[in-house]
Ligand binder design. Structure first.
Ligand code: ADP
Ligand code: GLC
Length: 480
């Protein structure tokens, strides 16, 4: 099949979160299965500076209608592997910036213009390149208007650009809401403007566009597919999602087993596998040393790697700070994001510098070290569409402590509730729930044989994209 993905992030070129990992692995896996895969990405500075992208060649010049003006641009392309082409929609004024969505303080003020330009650029490229896609698969709000723009272009020009359009929700909390006065830049007729169309409480919602106009909708876990049809998790779009329930599938992400595999991982100090965990002990020792902490073998190490955002349950962690300050445990956090959380975590380090360590930066290598060197991985998310780190943790023999939401519910089995099948500890997403799990984890760690069993079962699970991509293939073929 000819499969076109459109996304605003793609590992290994540009990443702020799991979206990049998910799109990167899905595209690579589909290409590996013999499909002809293209991925469209904004020509961000970070991508253009990536060593592989220096091979890119200019394929097209663009002239994009945005309201009553035209904006020029270019499409550059390179092919990192067989069957896979990355297309970059370039216009330096819009994408040659340090950040993807903002400057760290605030979102860029022209984000509507930037991502509308990107989506229109993709459609123009599909048309000019004559790609004749079987599927155009759009990811998250930055691509939400694309299914509508694509069908409208086809209608107006009497041509077919794609047989099927798919829209995947990676996180419904980010919706791409903009003032409705920008609508004219879409050059769409007013029939799509109202409450039956892209309007969301007087604003223009890019995500709502995807939810209404894509042929098929997916999200990244079965649990989240149910949750977003309820007010608690739907962020106001629950009614719209529920109205498309027939066309909605929850497909769990996989993990890239070339990148996240302790037997092959070159970013960690030693390699290991389920049959020989000695390398994990070395990773643990080196992790403690780089973090400037000391701990004996029976002192549990709790690791955490995440965006420092409310979603990730940092408040629940902070509500349990006395556990980390008083108990004989260690806590290592790698995360960047909201200043209030960075400051609160920094205060914890100041209170117990011999027990708690914090790194507030994006650090791919350190994220692998924490997965490899910790005994437990803490993930108390308030909501979690899929979540990747709980799967990485299981693959690395690091027992996850996950709240029972979204994809975490689909991928971690509680070892106290299911002693013969458990791979982690799960709890309601509350401070008390996390407290209970932390206490249970101490007991689990003290029982070395039981801990080793839980660890082994996690390592033996198959979270590979080879399995995960089958669902998408069936969806594309129309048999899901
Ligand atoms: P989300 O996409 O909501 O942030 P996921 O669990 O799907 O959550 O994916 C997060 C990804 O980002 C993981 O690959 C994780 O290792 C990575 N990550 C998060 N914070 C950092 C950081 N500070 N440094 C390196 N990688 C990070
Ligand atoms: C989003 C979600 C996360 C998910 C990722 C990849 O960023 O927050 O749960 O794993 O997308 O689908």
């Amino acid at each position: 099949m000819k499969i076109v993905h459109v996304a605003s992030e793609l590992f290994p070129y540009v990443k702020t979160g799991g979206l990049a990992d998910a799109v990167g692995s899905l595209a690579t896996t589909l290409a590996g299965r013999g499909h002809e895969v293209a991925v469209f990405l904004p020509g961000y500075r970070a991508v253009l500076e990536h060593p592989e992208a220096t091979k890119a060649e200019r394929r097209l010049r663009l002239r994009i209608e945005m309201g009553d003006r035209y904006f020029t641009g270019e499409v550059w392309a390179f092919s990192p592997r067989k069957n896979l082409t990355i297309y970059l929609i370039c216009r330096d004024e819009l994408f040659d910036r340090r950040g993807l969505y903002g400057n760290g303080e605030r979102d860029y003020e022209d984000n509507f213009h930037r991502f509308l330009y990107f989506q229109k650029g993709v459609i123009e490229a599909l048309r000019l390149l004559g790609l004749n896609a079987d599927v155009v698969h759009c990811h998250d709000w930055q691509t939400g208007l694309l299914p509508l723009l694509l069908r409208y272009t086809e209608r107006r020009q009497g041509m077919t650009l794609a047989v099927t359009t798919v829209f995947t929700i990676h996180n419904i909390a980010f919706q791409g809401l903009f003032p409705m006065r920008s609508y004219h830049r879409t050059n769409l007729p007013d029939e799509f403007k109202g409450i039956e169309g892209v309007e969301f409480y007087g604003q223009l919602s890019m995500m709502k566009g995807g939810l209404i106009y894509a042929d098929r909708i997916t999200t990244v876990s079965p649990h989240y597919a149910q949750e977003i049809q309820t007010p608690l998790f739907g962020c106001g779009l629950e009614g719209v999602v529920a109205s498309r329930a027939e066309d909605l599938s929850g497909l769990i992400n996989g993990i890239d087993t070339d990148v996240w595999n302790p037997a092959k991982d070159r970013l960690i100090p030693a390699r290991y596998s389920v049959t020989d965990l000695s390398g994990k002990a070395k990773c643990r020792a080196e992790l403690l040393s780089v973090m400037k902490l000391a701990a004996t073998d029976d002192t549990p190490i709790y690791g955490m790697v995440c965006r420092l955002a409310e979603q990730k349950g940092i408040d629940l962690l902070l509500a349990n700070q006395d556990f980390f300050l008083r108990e004989n445990v260690r806590l290592l956090v790698l995360g960047s994001g909201e200043k209030r959380y960075e400051n609160a975590l920094q205060s914890l380090v100041t209170a117990a510098p011999d027990k708690i360590a914090l790194a507030t930066r994006l650090d791919e290598k350190m994220s692998h070290w924490i997965e490899a060197g910790s005994d437990f991985f803490v993930m108390p998310s308030l909501f979690e569409p899929c979540g990747l780190n709980q799967m990485y943790s299981q693959a690395y023999g690091t027992v996850p402590l996950t709240s029972r939401v979204g994809g975490l519910s689909d991928t971690v089995i509680d070892a106290d509730q299911a002693p013969a099948a458990g791979t982690g500890l799960t709890y309601p997403a509350t401070a008390a729930g996390l407290r209970d799990a932390l206490q249970r984890s101490q007991k689990l760690f003290a029982d070395r044989a039981r801990y080793a069993e839980v660890q082994r079962r996690g390592m033996e699970r198959d979270f590979s994209w080879a399995t995960a991509a089958q669902g998408y293939q069936r969806l594309y073929e129309g048999s899901l």
